[in-house]
Design a protein around this ligand. Structure first.
Ligand SMILES: C[S@@+](CC[C@H](N)C(=O)[O-])C[C@H]1O[C@@H](n2cnc3c(N)ncnc32)[C@H](O)[C@@H]1O
Length: 279
């Protein structure tokens, strides 16, 4: 498996750490990470920062809620780009007629299937789950279309934990493709880092390790709304801190649960969580 895909094990390890907290924002019983990935998350991130960044669990929980609200509003097509080891398709009660596509690199999907085969959890998604092997830094549209994507149907796109690994041009190209494939009424849940993280002194050792491991973030956004507006989306964004202490001029939508104030959320201004609709 490519080193970039080991980051899927790290986010799974972060969700696992969230599971055992009394004040958890997410419950994810199927995390699929290996001992080596758990150890690496601990060494590279948790022991350096002193906490497991809550953005991973908050992003996953809000992503769950985004799926639920989209389904309630009639959306029947979800495409998760860079799905990694995410187990939402198994975790949520989803309608049988919902098409839930999970796109990632071929080696990641293969490793994921081996891990799924070994798990003792029940693995019967309520929806129609389809895996699509594709490199999202190149042309991927055809792969998704060949796998049964309906261009006429409104889609919920999930792009969680991918954009920071793409350079600015690749992010633009990916989002342009997503927009071109989006029928009216489509939605997008995604995240990106704020460039300030690249100069934050306490993050420097984490970034050095990411660099050594070949998985350093390649881009960031100061203004997600402007980036997405330019691509034809009506977008809003929040940091985790802003979901803990909402600003009156930018309140989160009613379907987002309140994020509790915890010691680890006080340092959460480096990561954007973004919700957008086709404009
Ligand atoms: C940090 S993980 C996030 C996984 C999942 N979305 C989550 O939130 O747990 C990054 C994921 O991006 C995938 N990825 C990175 N570059 C990719 C590319 N060029 N094409 C497809 N997937 C890619 C990796 O394989 C990995 O699964």
């Amino acid at each position: 498996m490519q080193s970039i895909s080991s980051t899927a094990g790290w986010t799974a390890a972060a969700r696992e750490l969230e599971n055992v907290r009394a004040d958890r924002i997410l419950e994810d019983p199927l995390t699929l990470c290996t001992d080596a990935e758990r150890r690496q998350w601990q060494e590279v991130v948790v022991s350096v920062l002193g906490y497991s960044p809550p953005v991973v669990a908050v992003r996953a929980r809000m992503g769950d809620e985004a799926v639920k609200v989209a389904v309630d509003e009639g959306v029947r097509q979800v495409v998760s780009l860079a799905a990694g080891l995410e187990s939402r398709a198994f975790r949520l009660q989803l309608p049988t007629e919902l098409l839930y596509m999970e796109v990632d690199l071929p080696a990641l999907l293969e490793a994921r299937n081996q891990r799924l085969a070994r798990t003792r959890h029940s693995l019967r998604p309520g929806c129609r789950r389809v895996e699509v092997a594709a490199d999202l830094s190149g042309p991927w549209r055809q792969h998704v279309e060949d796998a049964g994507f309906d261009p006429e149907a409104p889609t919920l796109w999930l792009v969680e934990g991918l954009l920071p690994y793409l350079d600015a041009g690749a992010c633009r190209t990916l989002l342009r493709t997503v927009r071109e494939m989006s029928a009216p009424g489509s939605r997008l849940w995604c995240d990106h880092v704020h460039p300030d993280v690249f100069t934050a002194s306490h993050y420097a050792p984490v970034l050095t390790s990411l660099d050594e491991l070949g998985v350093l973030w390649a881009s960031g956004w100061t203004d997600p709304r402007a980036q997405l507006t330019a691509e034809g989306w009506d977008a809003r964004s929040w940091t985790v801190e802003e979901l803990v202490f909402p600003r009156p001029d930018n309140p989160p939508p009613a379907w987002m649960p309140q994020v509790p104030a915890r010691a680890d959320t006080s340092d959460s201004g480096y990561h954007w969580l973004i919700w957008a609709h086709t404009a």
